[in-house]
Design a protein around this ligand. Structure first.
Ligand SMILES: [Zn+2]
Length: 329
């Protein structure tokens, strides 16, 4: 849209005061004063118009950046760009921002910890990750290498990629997001530390991202919920309920967003499985679930897991589930 019209000066060639000067010869002092005032007015009015137009072009009072990591995208721009659209298209100066509304930053004030399962470098540190750690119910390896597709796309690459996509979506909605690892450490962290990171952050929700390594023909996703465990350092009794709520909406939104079905090999078609043998769940004192997004060893599931388009849908489904959970809590 061109704004050249309002920029043209209506007081220039047709200055309404100019003719009066010639008629009003008995008051020369006023005409001499009036001319500079007229010039000043002529300069000021287009300036004001220009300022108003700039204000409008930048989103005006509707702009609602919240000053957060991606906050400048909130507000009028967020209203017209659905979650999942490419970032960076509508960055705006923060100077015209208004307080964020729940509609533009629904997760403001919420802390979400994303736990990308395994670590791309774990396979180089087998001695360290084999170390046993206390998970309350028993002892288990610090961490594992995870699985991979038959063509070598590793679970650790997958979990980190989805975690990044999910982080972007959650931050765009105002959440404070922390990752337990970002490919920035030589191995791990160990499962007990992964749980501790969520606890220390006082996370409102924690999602541990994985993909399974089951037999070919076994397909679909499942969400793993913590069992009620009270043993040693583990006490999940307070978080079993909210974790189940989180898991249910996560499974539902993940299925809808990705168009994939719940697991055909565990969970009896519900997409939900409860376990008491995972340190990451046993040691959590905040609502937490795992999601196994698919079976990397099945060629049809692998075709999905290796697709960036599908991984974006996966992250989108997780984001929607987290939003649903946090709004209901
Ligand atoms: Zn895994």
């Amino acid at each position: 849209m061109s704004y050249s019209g309002p920029h043209s000066d209506p007081f220039g060639p047709s200055d309404p005061y100019r003719p009066s000067d010639s008629f009003d010869s008995d008051r020369p002092r006023r005409s001499r004063l009036r001319r500079p005032l007229t010039v000043a007015l002529a300069a000021l009015v287009p300036g004001a118009l220009l300022g108003w137009l700039a204000y409008e072009a930048l989103g005006g009072a509707g702009s609602g950046g919240d000053g957060g990591p991606d906050g400048a995208r909130a507000g009028a721009g967020a209203a017209s760009s659905a979650p999942g659209t490419a970032p960076g298209g509508d960055d705006r100066p923060g100077t015209l921002s208004a307080p964020p509304s729940r509609a533009t930053a629904p997760l403001r004030g919420k802390v979400v910890v994303i736990d990308p399962g395994h670590n791309p470098a774990n396979f180089r540190h087998t001695a360290e990750i084999d170390r046993q750690v206390d998970i309350g119910t028993n002892h288990k390896e610090c961490d594992t290498t995870g699985t991979s597709t038959n063509s070598g796309y590793t679970e650790a690459e997958f979990t980190l990629d989805v975690a990044h996509r999910l982080r972007t979506l959650l931050q765009r909605q105002g959440a404070t997001v922390k990752l337990t690892q970002d490919g920035d450490r030589p191995f791990g962290p160990c499962v007990d530390e992964r749980a501790r990171i969520g606890n220390t952050a006082h996370a409102d929700a924690v999602v541990s991202i994985h993909a399974d390594g089951s037999a070919a023909g076994n397909r679909g996703f499942h969400v793993i919920l913590p069992a009620a465990v009270h043993a040693g350092a583990a006490d999940t009794r307070a978080v079993v309920g909210p974790s189940k709520d989180l898991g249910k909406v996560l499974a539902s939104d993940f299925a809808r967003s990705t168009g994939t079905s719940p697991s055909n090999y565990v969970g009896d078609g519900t997409g939900l499985v409860t376990r008491r043998d995972l340190g990451g769940l046993n040691l959590s004192t905040v609502p937490k679930v795992f999601i196994e997004c698919g079976n990397m060893r099945d060629s049809k599931d692998a075709a999905l897991l290796t697709s960036g388009v599908w991984r974006q849908k996966a992250a989108q489904g997780m984001s929607e589930g987290i939003v649903s959970f946090l709004h209901g809590s």
